[in-house]
Design a protein around this ligand. Structure first.
Ligand code: MG
Length: 452
């Protein structure tokens, strides 16, 4: 029998259905979250994967049992839950989604009353309640009440259109044709609706919202072949792909080439900083192209640890006007502080419309970096080798400076390299980025060999 596991991280818990994540666990987490909050309302939404229909009622049951009122907003993007929490002035939110993970996975993401991921300190308290099973169960006349609300995707779209930096008029005038691949996930309704409101001719593929992940759901280039073909077939201006909970966005250009998920954030940063001055925050795994573009527009750039809650926290302390993660996660804090593919799409179309460029032409104006991201199994001597590597890095990289906020990040003349451990799997991740394709590949090979 497979080992039953629940993987815990600061943003929530995740597990494989049938071997870790069951309705009993889900109900206990609902009750733990409600006990932690003590009273009030919680917004609950989910992505479209079939197990959500089993997990969601259990989570809601746990919340109701400890006297929390529940607003069930149905199948929605993760950012829609965040927006609803803020607008309703709820005490918290739960989104049931395993994000880019395949169908056998599901997960709970917890949000606090600000509509942002709960902090590590908040998570610690929640986890303690869960472990001790100290649930504040209520008598029959003090149970929570449940209402269903179905208008939050419309509200999300409406609010996105109201963002000042989204140039609706220019987008409409441009008469874009766009193919959307929402992997039949929670963006299946939201993204096409947004495009329609922007006057974009939209061709929707994999937008049935039935949770049928017809290709691997992470929106990285190797998984976007169907979208690439559709863009070429329909002679579209570009293709948009999101992950199953629609917080990440990736782009395919008019020639059918996936431009890499890094550049979604670069373009969004350009859109905002062209109109608004202020700092930018990106995480330590994000391509330097975003820093270059932000600096060229007069923005100070700060780096944060990897993980959405870390980025959001740094954005708050630095008073950033834009930020996010190089994996296609755009965060526009004047609206809400979470990754949002709808905002990403609206900002990308704005830049293309205002600059009167195609996506490939726009990308050609950016500094060109070659980036390799890989992961490999940890060997037992990894820690020892890592400290040796730290000491001897100059023999491989030349002169470099070391940033140890998140794993090891070496900044050297031609680029940067990051080695960090996964928090959930026995693997390490390596990112190498330079302006030279050969050099990037050579360095990646060398480091991988070093840790073999
Ligand atoms: Mg996601």
């Amino acid at each position: 029998m497979e080992k039953k596991t629940i993987i815990k991280s600061t943003s929530g818990i995740r597990g494989i259905i049938g071997t870790g994540l069951e309705p009993i666990t889900a109900a206990a987490y609902g009750a733990a979250f409600g006990t932690f909050l003590k009273k009030g309302k919680v917004v609950v939404g989910r992505d479209s994967r079939p197990s959500g229909a089993m997990i969601m009622p259990a989570v809601i049951s746990g919340l109701l049992a400890v006297g929390i009122d529940v607003i069930d907003i149905g199948i929605v993007p993760t950012p829609t839950v965040e927006i609803a929490v803020k607008k309703i002035h709820a005490q918290g939110g739960i989104c049931i989604t395993a994000s880019h993970n395949p169908s056998q996975w599901n997960a709970l993401k917890f949000f606090n009353h600000n509509g942002v991921f709960i902090t590590p300190q908040e998570y610690e308290k929640l986890d303690k309640i869960f472990n001790l099973k100290k649930f504040a169960f209520k008598k029959f006349d003090k149970l929570g009440k449940e209402v269903k609300q179905t208008h939050w995707v419309d509200e999300h779209v409406k609010s996105t259109l109201a963002i000042k930096e989204v140039n609706k008029r220019a987008i409409k005038r441009r008469k874009f044709k766009v193919v959307v691949d929402a992997i039949n996930g929670a963006g299946s309704v939201a993204l096409p609706l947004l495009l329609e409101k922007l006057g974009v001719q939209t061709i929707a593929i994999n937008c049935a919202q039935d949770g049928n992940f017809v290709h691997e759901p992470e929106p990285v280039p190797k998984n976007l072949t169907q979208l690439s073909r559709a863009v070429k077939k329909h002679k579209a201006d570009l293709g948009l792909a999101c992950d199953p909970d629609a917080d990440r966005l990736a782009l395919v250009d008019e020639k059918g080439n996936p431009i890499g998920e890094e550049l979604t954030l670069t373009i969004a940063v350009k859109a905002v900083l062209s109109k608004k001055h202020g700092p930018t925050v990106i995480n330590l795994s994000t391509s330097k192209v975003t820093e270059d573009i932000a600096r060229s527009l007069g923005s100070k750039v700060y780096y944060s640890k990897v993980g959405e809650s870390n980025v959001v926290q740094t954005m708050k302390t630095k008073k950033a006007v834009i930020g996010g993660e190089g994996n296609g996660g755009v965060i526009y804090p004047a609206f809400h502080s979470g990754r949002d593919s709808l905002i990403g799409a609206a900002l990308v179309l704005t830049v293309l419309a205002e600059e009167k460029k195609s996506l490939a032409e726009l990308v050609a104006t950016f500094p060109r970096y070659y980036n390799i991201k890989l992961k490999d199994k940890l060997k037992s001597n990894f820690a020892k080798k890592r400290s040796q590597f730290e000491k001897n890095a100059s023999s491989i990289l030349g002169k470099s400076t070391l940033d140890k906020r998140d794993g090891l990040r070496f900044n050297f003349k031609q680029g940067w390299l990051q080695i960090r451990l996964s928090k959930t799997e026995p693997i390490y991740r390596l990112i190498v980025e330079t302006k030279n394709k050969e050099l990037t590949k050579n360095l990646a090979d060398k480091v991988k060999k070093y840790f073999k």
